[in-house]
Design a protein around this ligand. Structure first.
Ligand code: GLU
Length: 306
């Protein structure tokens, strides 16, 4: 663990701001083996942090226990090793931190920002926008989903690649779930709490998560956490025009092919070429040449990958 007894609210933080100027992270979920799309995120987040003399951390997002794919955690660790993507702190695992997320839910409960919800998915209707049916029912928290209240206001942020992105959470989504009825902590909560507790300043990740960002900014605001810098990378697609994903059976990264794959990843990100060498040396060169202006400002990459 990076932090023992971490402060959950800024008011509890020690005096003085000892946050670093750049702390980035790679935060894979072990729901399948890493694929070429995951490599783009790992490499881009690493190079962006190192090019700005920052720190780079790795966090395994494994709160959704039923979706964990056997062996994928091992594959992530093997790949990081093979690609010589060495984090600047011990890797943290969200499943070891459930008490922290529960404490934040308690904190939001005290502030009247969350409530228990007994609605089923079916009751949401076809547009999946939650109408706030249980908001004022004061249902007991046991064995119910926990939702956070959202406001009828536009939340906007300036993405470093995708430009301005806005959402009115009330109109687009409604109050959203932080903890499921089966007790699983939702990604939205865990990611916000850990980005704060790890002192993350910059998020570099796939554009498939672009639409999640306003929810995360909203939660961070409710908790008094600073707003982060975001860069959402174009997604690697397969020949069928689908984003590479575990669901689409994207090919698992082969750790024995690390140098070649690294070269391809940098090419996909439109970075200057890097000679084949040990991954560590290739990464050093990639960091020196790192130029975010060259990354396509699109949601999808044009070339297809396996
Ligand atoms: N764990 C998420 C995923 O693998 C990424 C979270 C993030 O980078 O914010 O899709």
């Amino acid at each position: 663990m990076l932090f023992n007894n971490p402060p959950l609210t800024p008011s509890l933080q020690q005096k003085g701001d000892n946050r670093m100027a750049y702390v980035g992270r790679f935060a894979p979920s072990p729901t399948g083996p890493l694929h070429f799309g995951s490599l783009l995120t790992a490499v881009a987040s690493y190079c962006d942090a190192k090019a700005q003399q920052g720190q780079w951390y790795v966090r395994i997002e494994d709160t959704d226990i039923p979706r964990i794919y056997p062996g994928s955690e091992q594959h992530i660790l093997e790949c990081l090793d093979a690609f010589q993507l060495y984090p600047d702190a011990e890797i943290i695992f969200q499943k070891d931190r459930l008490d922290l997320y529960e404490a934040v839910i308690d904190q939001l409960h005290l502030a009247g920002q969350v409530y228990a919800c007994a609605c089923t998915r079916k009751m949401l209707g076809s547009n999946h926008i939650y109408a706030g049916t249980c908001r004022d029912l004061a249902l007991p928290f046991e064995q119910q989903a926990i939702r956070v209240k959202v406001a009828d206001q536009s939340i906007c942020f300036q993405d470093r690649l995708q430009g301005q992105h806005c959402s009115n959470l009330k109109e687009d989504l409604g109050d959203f779930v932080l903890k499921r009825r089966d007790g699983i902590i939702n990604y939205q909560l865990a990611v916000v709490v850990d980005d704060y507790l790890q002192g993350i300043t910059h998020v570099v990740r796939g554009a498939d998560l672009l639409d999640n960002t306003e929810r995360q900014i909203w939660l961070a605001q409710l908790l008094g956490y600073p707003t982060l810098s975001y860069m959402h990378l174009p997604l690697a697609m397969n020949a069928q025009g689908q984003k590479l994903s575990k669901q689409n059976l994207a090919q698992a990264l082969d750790p024995t092919q690390a140098p070649k794959l690294l070269q391809q990843a940098l090419l996909a990100l439109h970075q200057p070429a890097v000679d084949l060498d040990q991954p560590e040396i290739m990464l050093q060169q990639a960091v020196l040449q790192w130029n975010t202006n060259l990354i396509p400002h699109s949601i999808e990459l044009e070339r297809h990958y396996l």
